[in-house]
Design a protein around this ligand. Structure first.
Ligand code: UTP
Length: 271
């Protein structure tokens, strides 16, 4: 089985769509049922075979690091009270993976955030998982890892989007390879709808080759004035894997509420 050991989770953004909550609570720590959003995503990376998780954080998000640090005093209390399940849940955050942090001093864009992880990644393919999108399990990232090994190239996850929403995404100019893979002839961030080359919009999972880092050093601010990961991926080229399963976008209030309710129902809560 091919493996990609390292996963980057960019979590240094401002989370403006969920203000004012995200004024003091990092978006990635907002709770879905009883766990922060980001813990589902770390678990997904680990399920796909990653052992090292590099979280890109910002100077204002100390609470994010705190969550992944051991809490010996709390653990001692839970131990004393024989709250074994809670103890296991508390320890899970520190035991699941080797989690490290790098800081993005300013939110200059997703591409810039990924570039901040360059030293931690080195010269090997790596996964990128955006922490405000949930895919309900590791199979999508697993598929990206397999496709990366098959083509020896970067592979991004895309979904077939409604035409009226396509200009909110990075859009692929596709050349079909098989029923679930296309080669990217082009990849453009947030094109006007009438210029979109397909209905294949990029979603928050990637397995990238390290050449992307060199491309990122050359990438100028693009859509929204941000250094876009899309532009660097477009420069090196690669493939897109069409995901036809579920996606939960919890980065905006509507999607966050839907994700919360659905996950609660799956866990048997009467909501
Ligand atoms: P988003 O645009 O979805 O998140 O970026 P955001 O910027 O936090 O939220 P809004 O748009 O203001 O509501 C996708 C991911 O990339 C990270 C974000 O933390 C998010 O997880 N990101 C974005 C960074 O780490 N740094 C950046 O400069 C921009």
């Amino acid at each position: 089985m091919t493996t990609v050991r390292k996963a980057v989770i960019p979590a240094a953004g401002l989370g403006t769509r969920i203000l004012p909550a995200t004024k003091s609570i990092p978006k990635e720590l907002l709770t879905l049922v009883d766990r922060p959003m980001i813990s589902y995503v770390v678990e997904e990376a680990v399920g796909a075979g990653c052992t090292d998780v590099i979280i890109v954080t910002s100077p204002g998000k100390a609470a994010l690091e705190e969550y992944f640090r051991p809490a010996p005093e709390l653990e001692a209390i839970l131990e004393r009270k024989h709250k074994d399940e809670l103890l296991a849940a508390v320890r899970e955050a520190t035991e699941l993976a080797n989690v490290t942090f790098v800081t993005q001093d300013e939110p200059l864009g997703l591409g810039h955030a990924v570039a901040c992880a360059r030293d931690a990644i080195g010269d090997e393919p790596f996964a990128v998982l955006l922490p405000d999108e949930l895919f309900g399990g590791p199979s999508l990232v697993r598929g990206l890892i397999d496709a990366n090994a098959r083509f020896d190239a970067s592979v991004i996850a895309v979904m077939e989007m409604p035409r009226n929403e396509i200009s909110a995404y990075g859009v692929v100019d596709p050349e079909p390879v098989d029923e679930s893979i296309v080669r990217m002839k082009g990849f453009v961030e947030k094109p006007p709808a009438d210029e979109a080359k397909s209905n294949l919009g990029s979603v928050g999972r990637y397995v990238l080759t390290p050449e992307v880092f060199d491309a990122l050093t050359r990438t100028k601010p693009g859509a929204g004035g941000e250094i876009q990961l899309t532009d660097a991926i477009a420069a090196v080229g690669g493939y897109a894997l069409i995901h036809r399963g579920r996606r939960r976008d919890a980065g905006n209030p509507r999607g966050y509420v839907a994700a919360f309710v659905e996950l609660a129902r799956e866990r048997g809560f009467p909501v």
